[in-house]
Design a protein around this ligand. Structure first.
Ligand code: ZN
Length: 206
């Protein structure tokens, strides 16, 4: 792991871009330093070609503390990362991607949570139960991102989800973990589960 974590984020973004989950400039990744500040992808940068300069360091009050390129702006979705770090003190990395499957899965339910199939891969999200009943929180998508972030904070202040992931309707997933490596795995596992759900939605009701 690199000292300032940006190389972990660059490698993860390249991989997710190659999978079609960070097409163009979509999605954003962040990782937290020991002082609580976090590096987050700058707005509008192509996610398959990030460099160390395509990040901005933000503190937990949302203020910029380091900015390699003076006219860069933090990701438009920084407020969601702040909501995650402030809701889960153990979170040290937060990854958000836009996959086609996540958009489709969000249309499988009208409620505020997506029931997940009781498949082996749930263990990859820390669910170790026989035939688990697990749902992923589902939030409405608003043009005003701070409104989404506010709803996330409110929901997680009341109840903690069983999985370290949330879905925004017609938009994409956000995962959090205690390290960039674990967040990377969570994205892979959630996207696997979603591919399964899309394939199974033709024949199986969850
Ligand atoms: Zn997004």
């Amino acid at each position: 792991m690199s000292v300032d974590l940006r190389s972990d984020l660059i490698a993860a973004a390249k991989h997710f871009y190659d999978r079609g989950w960070m097409v163009g400039t979509a999605g954003n990744l962040s990782a937290q330093l020991p002082d609580g500040s976090f590096w987050i992808t700058a707005s509008g940068r192509p996610k398959g070609q990030l460099t160390d300069r395509d990040f901005i360091r933000i503190n937990l009050d949302g203020e910029i503390v380091e900015q390699p390129v003076s006219d860069s702006r933090p990701s438009a979705e920084t407020s969601i990362h702040l909501a995650v770090y402030n809701s889960f003190p153990e979170a040290k990395a937060c990854y958000h991607v836009h996959s086609i499957e996540a958009n489709l899965v969000s249309r499988l339910t009208a409620g505020d949570a997506v029931p997940l199939p009781a498949i082996e891969m749930l263990k990859g999200l820390g669910v170790w139960e026989e035939n688990p009943q697990v749902a992923m929180p589902l939030f409405p998508n608003y043009l005003e991102v701070t409104k989404i972030a506010h709803e996330i904070c409110e929901a997680f202040a009341v109840s903690r989800p069983k999985v370290p992931a949330l879905l925004i309707r017609d938009h994409g997933i956000t995962v959090w973990a205690n390290s960039p490596a674990a967040a990377y795995n969570y994205v892979e596992v959630v996207e696997y589960i979603f591919r399964y759900m899309v394939a199974a939605s033709q024949v199986v009701r969850f």
